[in-house]
Design a protein around this ligand. Structure first.
Ligand code: NAD
Ligand code: UGA
Length: 434
């Protein structure tokens, strides 16, 4: 099929390369000239494992092209995906101006042919109805189209795998024609992995996305609450949560305590969901509690550091991990950066290393010392913080780290080390809930 993807960010680019990989012809549009210039040279502007190979193959084999011309993509495509950003507005509701702009642009290039417009951006319930109204309002002819909600559940760091082998595909749809087109589009993915497909109403599809992200962030905040209790009574959150997670009704994933969730999605999506609840007059205290616990998680970590180091002014603090999670260079809402900001405000000297996120962090903190590897961070440090659970950190030579540090203290914000082992090597060791 011929497909247009508007937005070449984490979601749009992943969608475009994966749809091309399963045989569709894809035009991916963005209005960021730098991004397009890189993509046309087969350079991927983000770090996402596996994406480069798919981009190169499909581009060279002619199934994928990049363009700044939305008209070209609309005329070419039977199905057009909206994958633009939906950041929070002041006050927290999702800012839908990019979605609206794309809907208006699409409307001006609609012709005689029937098209399916797919909303893949994460949006509040009833947005698809607004997209439909917008296209009708701004088209000056009788256009034939449906708006479908097809939320995206990929995780950064495993975006290609999540798209090719999803847990489920959700299609919120009003018409039989749009449903058939969407099933045809995803057929190779559905058949290969025997993937469950949920055909639901458009409003349900929109709510499934906000509901899923709220529930996942709830699990993380629950884990952090348990960690708080464990710290207070000297129990071990790892033991407690592992056993809780063994109940198949609960499940063990997303029950890892730490310095809280970050990223471009959970924080903004639960905020947008909270606003939706407020607008509907529904009590939103559950969502507020998730946010409060999340904020407390990184602040509690900082308090521990402050308590242990007493004076921060002039102290050399090493930070391992800057991205909001491993396997990505994304630093949006990264707890690591919030912690660094407070430490810098208290005049600590920061040395930092991250396998992929240093270039992006340099734009925010140009004056901290960036090291080319973790041992250089440890050298002469008076404390070492683990802020992201990159695999690389799990395999560090801790004996070497101890020799390099001025004072051997580790604050492990992601519980990556075995407590007993680290202590046996002579470190003072603080982790979360253990
Ligand atoms: P992003 O910021 O990485 O990418 C958005 C892209 O859209 C940018 O490249 C931007 O230049 C482009 N864009 C904006 N307006 C445009 C326009 N008028 N014409 C052409 N291009 C335009 O965002 P993202 O992380 O890919 O997220 C996109 C949406 O998907 C958001 O709603 C997000 O919540 C949702 N989502 C993201 C993830 C994720 O892991 N990042 C996962 C699931 C869902
Ligand atoms: C999340 C969801 O997992 C995706 O399903 C969803 O599509 C996406 O948001 C979205 O809507 O954009 P992502 O933000 O890429 O994906 O990353 P996650 O793996 O969910 O991690 C989010 C944050 O939670 C990270 O900061 C991570 O360190 C933290 N986390 C995760 C924990 O603190 N504990 C855990 O047990 C799991």
């Amino acid at each position: 099929m011929n497909v247009g993807v508007i937005g070449a960010g984490y979601v749009g680019l992943t969608t475009a390369v994966c749809l091309a990989e399963i045989g569709h012809k894809v035009i991916c549009v963005d209005n960021d000239k730098d991004k397009l210039e890189k993509l046309n040279r087969l350079k991927v502007p983000i770090f996402e494992p596996g994406i480069e190979e798919l981009l190169e193959r499909n581009f060279k084999e002619g199934r994928l092209k990049f363009s700044d011309d939305i008209g070209e993509a609309v005329k070419f495509s039977q199905i057009i995906f909206i994958c633009v950003n939906t950041p929070p507005k002041e006050g927290g509701f999702a800012d839908l101006k990019y979605v609206e702009k794309v809907a208006r642009d699409i409307s001006s290039f609609m012709g005689e042919d029937y098209k399916v417009i797919v909303d893949k951006s994460t949006v509040p319930v009833k947005t698809a109805e607004k997209v439909k109204e917008t296209i009708i309002k701004y088209s000056n002819k009788n256009v034939k189209f449906d708006v479908v909600s097809n939320p995206e559940f990929l995780k950064e760091g495993s975006a290609i795998h999540d798209t090719m082998y999803p847990d489920r595909i959700v299609i919120g749809v009003e018409s039989e024609m749009a449903k058939e087109k969407m099933l045809e589009l995803y057929k190779p993915i559905i058949n290969r992995g025997n993937v469950p497909v949920k055909i639901v109403s458009v409003r349900s599809a929109e709510l499934i996305k906000h509901g899923a992200n709220t529930f996942l962030s709830l699990k993380i905040s629950f884990a952090n609450l348990i960690a708080e209790v464990c710290d207070a009574v000297k129990a071990d959150a790892k033991e407690v949560l592992e056993a809780i997670g063994l109940d198949s009704r609960i499940g063990s994933e997303f029950l890892n305590p730490g310095i809280g969730f970050g990223g471009s999605c959970f924080p903004k999506d639960i905020l947008a969901f909270k606003k939706t609840l407020e607008i509907l007059g529904i009590d939103c205290s559950l969502v507020e509690s998730i946010e409060k616990i999340n904020e407390r998680s990184w602040r509690r970590f900082l308090q521990r550091i402050e308590k242990e180091l007493w004076v921060l002014d002039g102290k050399v603090i090493g930070v391992l991990g800057l991205s909001f999670k491993p396997n990505t260079d994304d630093i949006r809402n990264s707890p690591a950066l919030k912690i660094i900001e407070v430490l810098l405000n208290n005049r600590a000297k920061i040395k930092a290393y991250d396998p992929k996120a240093m270039d992006k962090t340099k734009k925010i903190f140009p004056n901290i010392e960036y090291c080319s590897e973790p041992y250089a961070v440890a050298k002469d440090a008076e404390a070492l913080l683990i802020c992201t659970d990159w695999d690389e950190f799990k395999h560090l030579d801790l004996k070497k780290i101890k020799e390099l540090m001025l004072i051997p203290i580790i604050f492990d914000g992601r519980n990556v080390f075995e407590r007993k082992l680290v202590k046996s090597l002579g470190f003072k060791y603080f982790s979360v809930g253990r």
